[in-house]
Write a protein that binds this ligand. Sequence first.
Ligand code: DON
Length: 362
Amino acid sequence: PGYRVVQPELARTLRAMATSGAAAFYRGSIAKKMVDAVQAAGGLWELADLEGYRVVERTPIKFRYRGAIVTTAPLPSSGGAVLAQCLHILEARELASLGEAERVHLTVEAMRRGYHDRARYMGDPAFVAVPVDRLLSKDYALVRGASISAERATPSSELDALSPHATETTQTTHFSVIDAEGNRVAATLSVNGPFGAGFVAGDTGVLLNNHINDFVLADNAPNVYRLTGGVANRIEPGKRPLSSMSPSFVEDERGVLVLGTPGGSRIISMVLQAIVGYVDRPALDLEQIAGAPRFHHQYLPDRIEIELDGFSDEWIAAQKSRGHVVEIGRRKWGNMQLVYFDKATGRVSVVNDPRARAGVLF
Ligand code: DON
């Protein structure tokens, strides 16, 4: 509060784009300045990289979670496919009738399996054949879910053996919007790390991202979010890195929920817990959905990470007794934006993340 950010250079660049369209950015003097600046700093950009860049419109992933229709992000974000697998696994259980410890254990095991497939299959579909149809199918989720023990955590190191490959192997911002006519937008935008590459190209005002870290940089080398992966998401010229961004719609007979959040690899598990909160615990209000303490499992590292100060000793003990490793995070995470249209009343309500209101950035 009280800090004024003025970006006249960026304003000039944006104005040029508003006047002349995308070409003003990807070609011409702005493109040249960015390429010159990157090259002068030792980077590898060529004018042809910018000229050759195309925005690709993709069909969202759509599936049902109990009574709700979820519309969410397709590859090259892993968000939709991981959410679908996790939610399909959970759908086969009576979550609403479980105690909290059982529900958390089950949700973590669903996360473990969803993120496991993220690591072993997913990458830019222009480069790798990702078995999306299979990953989205309920039959596949049933097979994956069958290996979950109600009593014990499955060590992530055992997942490959439990579920052979489905095919033979070969700072972020989220907006949720509903307008007066019911049009909706869920949009997550990312420069990846705080201040991206930490590099503004010349006097264009354009801050470059460091999404390169969303690729697998080397076998078994975790990225900044400690995500691992394999050949599907390795760096190749022209390839887009595998994201976790998960802008989503959830629709059922009660209403339409538009949601999403920043948060690196934890984006998917946050959106997962919000969808489960909305669908399985209808008594929760939006504030409770956004405010609920967050837990996270991403296959590797093989542990449940929990938000600082969010969970009781009993909660932790209940998961440890099942064989989970529980690691208390250094902080809270996420900045969830929820907009909800209530079909019965016609009212729209909005909740943003209490963590952000309290000054936690993401
Ligand atoms: O696309 C991704 O998965 C990451 N670049 C998102 C990074 C992110 O959310 C960082 N901010 N909190």
